[in-house]
Design a protein around this ligand. Sequence first.
Ligand SMILES: [Fe+2]
Length: 385
Amino acid sequence: MFNFHSTASLIFGNETAVNSSDQIVNLLGKNIFVITDEGLTELGLYDKIIKKLQSNSNINIFDKVESDPSKSTLLKAFDEAADFKSTGVLGFGGGSSMDVAKLISLLLGSNQNIDTIWGVNNAKGPRIPLVLIPTTAGTGSEVTPISIITMDDKEKKGVSSKLILPDLAILDPSLTINLPPNITASTGIDAMVHAIEAYTSINPNNNPISKMLSIEALKFLGSSIKTAVFEGHNINARSNMLFGSMLAGKAFANSPVAAVHALAYPIGGLFNISHGLSNSLVLPSVMKFNSINKETKKNYANLAPFVFKDLDSSKSDEIVCNNFIESLESLSKELKLPYRLRDLKIPEEACQLMASEAMKQTRLLVNNPRKIEESDAFNIYKSVW
Ligand SMILES: [Fe+2]
């Protein structure tokens, strides 16, 4: 028995963001509250889209979303959106903007006290209409029921509820064409982590659809990540990354991620390291830790050839699994991502604090195929330091 929920409608294709203004207006109504970040304002990435929407609707743009968005940003956006009498919310940007947009549409529609929404299925709803347009290929937030916000004490809290799946996601690869190589690399690895962790999750809702989506996601991501990083204007590679990250998002939305994410969050929360990079830093070490488990080793060996098509999968699970982990390590290096915590000026003493912080991510740790204690987390951070 399992449940599977996903975004009701998707539109995929080049220039679809600018060409879908009728659908957006139909869904979001007269007063559209746009949630985005200043970087995209400077780039002018949404100018054409907004211009088309303005011929039928009033638009209010909130572009103060930072990476790892804070509760205070969420509250600021909420006040502005309520004053504007928003009829619908359009999230435009990376995972941060989309995560804030999800919660604004929920809070506006339900008037629920913000302190009671955190956790799994605590959101009451309803929400007001919501459309999401990703501009990075990684988080898959456009198809997940999850929103992550950083509290005042730096702890990450999440809302997980199918209520915050949007009414429509528009996936337009042309919006991702100018993403710099380092962001393309780290968000791309994040998407791969979603697929790997969804496939191996011991969550009781892990299911055959998520497994199938994880494999398909890894084929697209594995075959295109290098091209997307080193030839950013290659629209096929960009399409494959956006498509693959969406598939991985659907997979982990229904078979939740585990210890890689749990150990990544303290790195991001305490040291302002991006979510994707935090994941890529701990991925190989967490996989080594998990692969002691025989079944997990087999699962990793199953996935390996889908990511690295030249990897010889005829060997034993032990060998294929080790080669997979080594290949992922080499991939990060090839993509020029930092791979040691010390290179990011994270002090060695912080390993203990990060380990105790990681233990708070019980929502994720319960999905990990091997039980992870604080001392294990500490050893993993040390090995990455
Ligand atoms: Fe992630």
